[in-house]
Design a protein around this ligand. Structure first.
Ligand code: C2E
Ligand code: CA
Ligand code: CA
Length: 808
């Protein structure tokens, strides 16, 4: 630095020496030197406040107007005053601008001295005693100006380098022509003023307004141009950031554009993550890279500022990233590029706008990320069995479908193994649900350990599992099944007790046993069913020849389970009941209908019996209760005063959970228990009177009504009518339909009605098909009638239409 000062000093001395040897340019206007010095100094100070700014895309430069004064000075003063006024005027200006920076001040004053002496010397040499207003004088001033600027620029480059800044000769070479061009204009203006002063000083005043206008308009133009440029970039930025759907893309756009738009060397984003810890990302405009900096809390130069307020110094601007009340982080730019090298309020405003966009974009991207994660998670859960972590039926069906598609594309075979535990229900009943769950989990673990990564084990529901064996044929699957069965039969320890279950297994192979997942599942099911039926062959591969011979019952049993699981093809119909005396409708009995996709309607007697025999009756009754009580709830909400009778089997009465499930449904649908009647057949109750009594008592406590269905067909002790809380007897239709002609039916009906009336039990006659039957029942004092005379069982919608039309 000192060497640089010395060199500049030397230049000044050489200038002075040259001046001493050269004749000065003639002064055309004689002024006393103090006046000349004072007015020139003032002119330098005043004019030093103004400059013409020229912007290029990466740099900005300011064209100094002091050359204007320099040209005029040569007309009115000798070399000493010319030099002195430049040094003093420039010095004032520097003091005003850099308060406190002594090195910069010293450097600039030395620089002015060197520039002014060298420039004046060169002007005098070139002019060779010609006046400033001559052609040669003009040339002299222009050459001097160019020399002064070159010296000045080189010196500035060096001083910046000395202070560790980046500034290269290449930058100067790019800027210098613009500066010299600009200064040429300024100098010419100065020469014009000088010429006018010489010919007619007053005329020079004419130039003041146009010069002021020029300055003013160049300034406002520049301002507008900058504003427009910034707005344009902001617009591009905001559309880009709006299109970005990831946090990374939003951050990158914010950093790049913040640096670009404010012309900063670096841009930084301190981002707070969900846990509240900060991450600092830094963009370097020179290398165009973004790096995550390790310690975001302590940036090297202490310009941290992560608070909610905007901070601005000439060297950096920090703005908060806020969204509503929440602060997401801060955005900061550092080190303004270009000639003036300082940030101002406009930069803070622009940066604020960028930060606002960035905050919204980052928050949106985070939201999108979260939604994406959640939907993946939901997808995963939807395909997973919560108890065992194996795939569930949905997940397994999807995997089967994928495997079938892969088979079509690549020909790779696979097998489907379906496993059903035997004696599991006994475990549940004897040891409780916890033990049951324990067994289910243990079996799942064992199956999992037998499968390879490309296989898939699933729990289809209850105690039923399935495995998809990749690349396996029938023999492989059979071998796997044997091992699986052995594993399942190993005892499971629970609460110090060893629990044992066994398994039946059915196998179907693709492509031999089906081309799609439905067929494969069905055929594995058929094989499983056969295995369950024949304890001597607990593992069976699907056999098409045997399937053709399989009777209707097997098929219905398999398909009914599917219909119940999928809750499809089943419908509740409603048959009206009326008060015999008044004819008013009192309610309906719900009767289940099953429309088999291929066999058409299956009679309820057939599939209900089948359900009782194959352990599906609980599911069937649950379906009926859920739909029936749901319908009762809708009627109640519509203000319809209707009772609803639902059929339950005696097998359901062995299930202690039934009263609780009924109660939950009643609460869920806000149904008055008194509106619900549960019908149980007489024969059924008689089969297991002890066990059912308890459940019946609890149902009665709930407030639901109990009815004995098909009364009269049981021919058994009537003593239970005292033990069981019965509210209603349903006289079987075999005694009702022939009432008009058959005398013994009439006797039975009269007896039953009399008995019931004595016990305060209500009576319903079912199978009423004629008005004659109706009239007899009315005369016998029977309370309600149900039968084709009133209406056949019908779907809910039709039943509601029937209600509207019904009159009696
Ligand atoms: P149920 O409970 O005795 O039902 C009365 C049966 O008589 C119904 O037959 C009904 O359609 C029929 N019926 C009604 N009025 C007349 C009439 O005027 N003349 C004649 N000939 N028949 C009439 P459906 O619907 O075929 O039901 C047969 C049996 O299936 C039912 O006998 C019941 O034991 C059982 N069932 C039906 N739905 C369910 C249900 O949801 N759950 C249970 N557990 N069993 C059901
Ligand atoms: Ca019934
Ligand atoms: Ca009946």
């Amino acid at each position: 630095f000192l060497a640089l000062l010395a060199q500049l000093g030397l230049l000044a001395v050489i200038g002075l020496a040259v001046l001493a040897l050269t004749a000065p340019m003639p002064t055309l206007i004689e002024l006393p030197w103090p006046i000349a010095l004072a007015s020139l100094t003032v002119a330098y100070v005043v004019i030093g406040r103004h400059s013409i700014d020229i912007e290029t895309d990466r740099h900005s430069t300011a064209i100094d107007l002091s050359e204007l004064v320099f040209a005029v000075a040569l007309v009115v003063a000798g070399p000493v005053v010319v030099i002195a006024s430049r040094i003093i005027g420039g010095g004032f200006d520097e003091i005003r601008r850099n308060r406190g920076d002594h090195r910069k001040l010293v450097f600039n004053i030395v620089l002015y001295t060197a520039e002014a002496t060298a420039g004046t010397a060169i002007a005098c040499v070139v002019a060779n005693e010609s006046a400033v207003t001559s052609y040669r004088g003009w040339l002299a001033v222009v050459v001097a100006m160019a020399a002064m600027m070159t010296v000045g620029s080189l010196a500035v480059v060096r001083v910046i380098r000395i202070h560790g800044g980046t500034s290269s000769a290449r930058d100067v070479a790019r800027i210098l022509p613009i500066e010299i061009g600009g200064s040429l204009g300024v100098v010419c203006l100065g020469l014009a003023i000088a010429s006018m002063l010489v010919s007619d000083p007053a005329a020079a005043l004419l130039l003041v307004p146009p010069v002021a206008l020029l300055l003013y308009s160049s300034r406002s133009y520049l301002h507008l141009a900058q504003r427009q440029q910034v707005l344009g970039r902001l617009h591009t930025y905001s559309s880009r950031v709006a299109a970005s759907t990831s946090v990374e893309a939003s951050v990158e756009a914010a950093l790049r554009d913040a640096a670009d738009i404010t012309r900063a060397a670096t841009a930084e984003l301190v981002l707070l993550d969900a846990a509240g810890s900060a991450h600092l990302l830094r963009y370097d405009s020179e290398t165009g890279t973004i790096v995550e900096v390790d310690d975001p809390a302590a940036p090297a130069d202490g310009t941290a500022g992560t608070g909610p307020a905007t901070l601005m110094t000439p060297d950096h601007v920090t703005v908060p990233l806020v969204l509503g009340e929440r602060q997401l982080g801060v955005l900061r730019v550092r080190q303004r590029l270009g000639a003036d090298g300082e940030f101002d309020d406009a930069d803070a405003t622009v940066l604020g706008a960028i930060a606002n966009h960035a905050a919204v974009a980052i928050e949106n991207a985070r939201l999108i990320d979260r939604l994406r994660d959640e939907s993946h998670e939901r997808e995963r859960l939807a395909h997973q069995d919560a108890l065992t972590g194996l795939a569930n039926r949905r997940g397994f069906t999807a995997a089967l479908r994928a495997a079938t598609e892969r088979h079509t594309a690549t020909g790779r075979r696979f097998a489907l193994v379906m496993i059903d535990l035997s004696r599991f229900k006994a475990v549940n009943d004897t040891f409780g649900h916890a033990a049951g769950d324990r067994v289910i989990g243990a079996v799942a673990d064992r199956l999992r350990s037998l499968t390879r990564a490309t296989d898939l084990a699933a729990r289809l529901g209850g105690d039923e599992y399935a495995i998809l064996l990749d690349g396996a044929g029938g023999a492989d699957a059979f071998d796997f099944s044997r091992r699986a069965r052995e594993a399942i039969e190993r005892p499971v320890k629970h609460d110090g007790v060893s629990v044992m279950v066994s398994a039946s297994i059915g196998i179907a192979c693709a492509p031999d046993h089906g081309g799609d997942e439905r067929a494969l599942l069905h055929h594995a099911d058929v094989a499983l069913y056969a295995a369950k039926e024949d304890p001597s062959r607990p593992i069976q591969v699907f056999d098409a020849a045997k399937e053709r011979a399989t009777n209707r019952r097997h098929r219905l049993a398999i398909d009914l389970r599917h219909a119940l699981e999928a809750d499809e093809d089943l419908d509740l119909f409603y048959q009206p009941k009326a008060n015999l005396e008044t004819g008013r409708l009192t309610g309906a009995e719900a009767l289940l209908r099953w429309k088999h996709p291929e066999l058409g309607y299956v009679p309820p007697d057939e599939f209900v019996t089948l359900a009782e025999q194959t352990g599906l009756i609980n599911r069937l009754t649950d379906t009926v209760l859920r739909r029936g009580i749901g319908q009762a709830g809708r009627w109640a909400r519509e203000g319809l005063d209707l009772g609803l009778s639902l059929n339950v089997s005696v097998a359901n009465l062995a299930d202690d959970g039934l009263p609780q499930r009924v109660r939950a449904l009643l609460e869920q649908h806000a149904v008055d228990p008194a509106r619900i009647t549960l019908e149980v057949t007489e024969t059924d109750i008689m089969r297991d009177p002890q066990r059912t009594t308890q459940v019946l008592a609890r149902l009665d406590q709930l407030g639901v009504r109990l009815s004995i269905d098909d009364f009269g067909t049981g021919y058994s002790s009537l003593a239970y009518l005292k033990r069981i809380p019965v509210r209603e007897l349903k006289i079987d239709k075999c005694f009702v339909s022939d009432l008009e002609t058959n005398h013994s039916d009439l006797v039975i009906a009269r007896t039953v009605i009399g008995l019931a009336t004595n016990l305060s039990i209500s009576t319903v006659a079912e199978g009423v098909e004629s008005q004659g039957t109706w009239d007899i029942l009315e005369s016998l004092g029977c309370h309600q009638a149900q039968g084709y005379l009133l209406g056949r069982p019908m779907p809910a919608t039709q039943f509601e239409a029937f209600l509207g039309d019904y009159q009696r």
